[in-house]
Ligand binder design. Structure first.
Ligand SMILES: Cc1cc2nc3c(=O)[nH]c(=O)nc-3n(C[C@H](O)[C@H](O)[C@H](O)COP(=O)(O)OP(=O)(O)OC[C@H]3O[C@@H](n4cnc5c(N)ncnc54)[C@H](O)[C@@H]3O)c2cc1C
Length: 416
């Protein structure tokens, strides 16, 4: 088999379909959530120190959301062939490798050895490395290196169907393409597990609620018809408009387990535990750049102001991985900003887990303890939609921090 066909075959191999299931009742939800943790298997947890006066940084990011899903298309620009790879909403980290593989798959028939990648966020870097692995010589052109991109202002965990598309706007084949992307990414990320510095890792994530979990998490909110919809307003108006595909890959993603009685270490009625994949930005960025340079890659810091500047590049094939910036540079007004913010506290390796409670998320990573308001307003996936304000909001950060300050003030650690 030729290298190109091998590459396509490995992508296709990941595409196994699994049916969707909706939640109905408490017992059914509990059963579907997987087993209950065997008694005594939950480790004694060190409480996290989460206080507003410990915040060292607040980062704001715009999710590059396209109602139809990421743009993975070929477009001729002057004598160049541009392969677009942008618009991954709240799933860019998670889907990066799979999306990169699909972009490179589109470029492979062009048989071009020397290619350009515009952008050095998570999508640009993974596209560049994937192109190298397919035998191409790559130059990255970017205004910012990874540590200064919107990518490192994310949460950095496996969230492959977060604001990725709208049910009514995505084409019928998108669900299957999403599944190929997600499976390929998951597989590729596993290659970075266990490396020095833990660029990719797993954390136990505790999902807490004061009400039964199926009521808290799994009831799809009814759309408010008076607000209209994406079709009538051009912007999604209800959470139910966002496509969800997670069930298609549940055969490879660890399920949540209920922590009953003494195995629930938290001062709340309901706790579930689920291992999640996380990305430590510093270590992972370093690993990616090392891979890229070792394979002979070049990086040129450069800002493009128009498509004519792109047309002047020496390479004939150009991957466009400019994220939300594609809205201006490529005039793609279908890109909708979805603002999100993360607050960072000093790293706390002893409290090595994540928690989700009352619309806020906390995640202990090697680069810091991240706290994020994920649903403080009760808007769910609609939170931040259409908001392109990139200034930090201290009050919002403190509100999210206060959720955990209160939780841990009531926490009585069990002796291990
Ligand atoms: C709060 C928040 C939390 C998130 N959490 C997660 C998560 O847990 N998991 C997940 O999978 N996703 C998450 N995301 C989504 C994820 O961050 C994005 O999907 C992803 O970062 C998009 O990456 P990108 O490489 O396309 O864009 P960017 O990171 O924006 O990179 C774009 C690159 O293009 C370059 N560029 C742009 N314009 C020009 C120009 N004119 N000339 C030259 N270069 C240019 C930039 O310098 C940069 O290098 C989150 C997003 C937010 C807001």
């Amino acid at each position: 088999m030729k290298r190109r066909n091998l590459f396509a075959a490995s992508l296709a191999a990941g595409a196994l379909a699994a049916g969707r299931k909706s939640w109905a009742s408490v017992p059914e939800a509990a059963q579907a959530m997987g087993r209950t943790a065997p008694p005594g298997t939950v480790p004694a947890l060190t409480p996290a120190r989460v206080h507003a006066d410990q915040i060292i940084d607040i980062k704001v990011c715009l999710r590059p959301f396209r109602p139809t899903g990421p743009r993975l298309e070929i477009e001729p620009v002057a004598d160049k062939i541009v392969v677009h790879n942008y618009g991954h909403g709240g799933s860019g980290w998670s889907l990066s490798w799979g999306s990169a593989a699909m972009a490179v798959e589109r470029a492979a028939p062009l048989m071009e050895k020397r290619v350009a990648v515009i952008g050095c966020g998570i999508i640009g870097l993974t596209t560049a490395i994937t192109a190298q692995r397919a035998g191409m010589n790559v130059t990255i052109y970017a205004r910012d290196m990874l540590p200064h991109t919107r990518s490192v202002r994310a949460n950095g965990s496996w969230t492959p169907d977060s604001r990725i598309a709208l049910i009514t706007a995505a084409t019928p084949d998108f669900a299957a393409r999403w599944e190929r992307m997600a499976r390929y990414s998951w597989q590729t990320y596993r290659e970075y597990l266990g490396l020095p510095g833990n660029p990719v890792d797993f954390r136990d994530n505790y999902i807490l609620s004061d009400t039964p979990p199926d009521e808290a998490d799994h009831t799809e909110p009814a759309p408010d018809i008076s607000k209209g919809s994406y079709a009538s307003t051009g912007v999604p108006q209800s959470e139910a408009e966002f496509a969800k595909y997670g069930d298609r890959i549940k055969d490879i993603i660890p399920a949540a387990e209920l922590l009953a009685g003494a195995d629930n270490p938290f001062p709340v009625a309901y706790a579930r535990r689920k291992p999640i994949m996380i990305y430590n930005f510093g270590a992972f960025g370093h690993a990616l750049l090392s891979d890229f340079y070792q394979a002979g890659g070049r990086i040129e810091i450069r800002e493009f102001h128009s498509l004519s500047e792109v047309a002047d590049l020496p390479e004939r094939v150009v991957f466009n991985c400019t994220g939300y910036a594609a809205r201006d540079l490529w005039g793609d007004k279908s890109l909708i900003p979805v603002r999100g913010q993360t607050a960072w506290l000093p790293p706390q390796p002893a409290a090595n887990y994540g928690v989700r409670y009352k619309g806020a998320a906390m995640l202990s990573k090697s680069d810091g303890l991240m706290v994020q308001g994920v649903n403080l307003s009760g808007l769910g996936e609609l939170e931040g939609v259409g908001n392109s304000m990139e200034q930090p909001n201290r009050a919002e950060a403190e509100q999210a921090v206060a959720v955990f300050e209160d939780l841990f003030s009531r926490f009585r650690p069990r002796r291990g």
